[in-house]
Design a protein around this ligand. Structure first.
Ligand code: NDP
Length: 275
């Protein structure tokens, strides 16, 4: 029997034990008949570059990168896609000879989940992005590319939101930064929570009346009902989503980058929800 070559990938993080990426990529591989192995690698906090070097020596074909290494991955890449360059952060690495290609699939994953899976077009909408950390940075470019009428970034540390606005590529979208408190009296069609407040079960200081009729409330955190989702429910929002769809869609984009095959995401989302 001829030996079947299996390309190896992994997600690198700290912590990484909780990561669902191996399950998602295994499901994509099975669905598309691709021969891959995908594992989890816990890198020491001061050892990201050494971990990547070791994977390359072992012949790995690529890796996903999660908290807290997305900025280090950006710095380590020898080539960047345009969307990774705009994001200033990398979540997908491809190893090609002596080159390390860095990409960021978070933004396209979020937009695909909102526009395709949840059927909410963003063009012309008033969009509020809560948070100005790595996840918010990663999705800003792709969100602006959908041409909302307005995009407001609100963050606890307002200066971070302001610097995101200052660095964004000029587009014909009203782009603003503000504090949570300054949102009082404003109304949005789509509100995306890109803060990690849901992980610590903390409630954001948001006032009533933030959501327009028929608004979408989206929390990037997945696998739990967050205080933000509870708040949206109390405000009468009917369309409330967690970040599982974004997780699966960003993984599908990485899989496509590595394998040039686009997997179906709907069955994998159904599988993940049933776990
Ligand atoms: P960062 O640590 O880079 O940023 C955290 C952000 O949350 C900052 O804006 C921070 O504000 C804010 N924040 C944290 N706690 C609070 C709080 N109690 N009240 C108000 N603001 C708070 O994290 P990331 O940006 O990388 O990740 C954010 C979230 O997105 C995480 O929960 C992560 O799990 C999720 N995520 C989901 C993905 C998916 O595929 N579904 C992909 C990527 C991320 P400040 O600047 O003031 O500190």
């Amino acid at each position: 029997m001829p030996e079947v070559s299996v390309d190896r990938y992994a997600v690198i993080g700290h912590p990484v034990e909780h990561s669902k990426s191996p399950l998602i990529h295994a499901a994509f591989a099975q669905q598309t008949g691709q021969q891959i192995e995908y594992g989890k690698i816990l890198a020491p906090l001061d050892g990201f570059a050494a971990t990547v070097a070791s994977l390359r020596e072992q012949g790995y074909a690529g890796a996903n990168v999660t908290v807290p290494f997305k900025f280090e991955a950006y710095a380590l890449a020898t080539e960047l896609t345009e969307r990774a360059r705009v994001a200033g952060a990398v979540n997908t690495l491809s190893f090609k000879g002596s080159d390390i290609l860095g990409d960021n699939t978070d933004g396209v994953g979020l937009v695909r989940d909102i526009e395709h899976n949840l059927a909410v077009p963003l063009a012309g909408k008033r969009v509020l992005l809560l948070g100005a950390g790595g996840a918010a940075e990663g999705v800003l470019g792709p969100l602006l590319a959908t041409m909302p009428s307005r995009l407001c970034i609100a963050n606890r540390s307002v200066s971070k939101a302001e610097s995101m606005v200052a660095r964004a590529k000029p587009v014909d979208v009203l782009l603003e930064a503000c504090s949570f408190e300054a949102l009082a009296g404003q109304v949005f069609d789509v509100v995306i929570n890109a803060t990690s407040s849901g992980l610590s079960n903390e409630r954001l200081p948001l006032t009533a009346g933030l959501f327009a009729d028929g608004a979408l409330a989206y929390d990037m955190v997945y696998g739990r009902e967050t205080p933000f989702m509870q708040y949206a429910r109390e405000e009468g929002v009917r369309q409330i989503a967690d970040g599982l769809g974004m997780l699966v869609e960003q993984a599908a984009e990485a899989f496509y980058l590595w394998r040039q095959v686009r997997p179906q995401t709907a069955p994998v989302m159904t599988m993940m929800r049933a776990l």
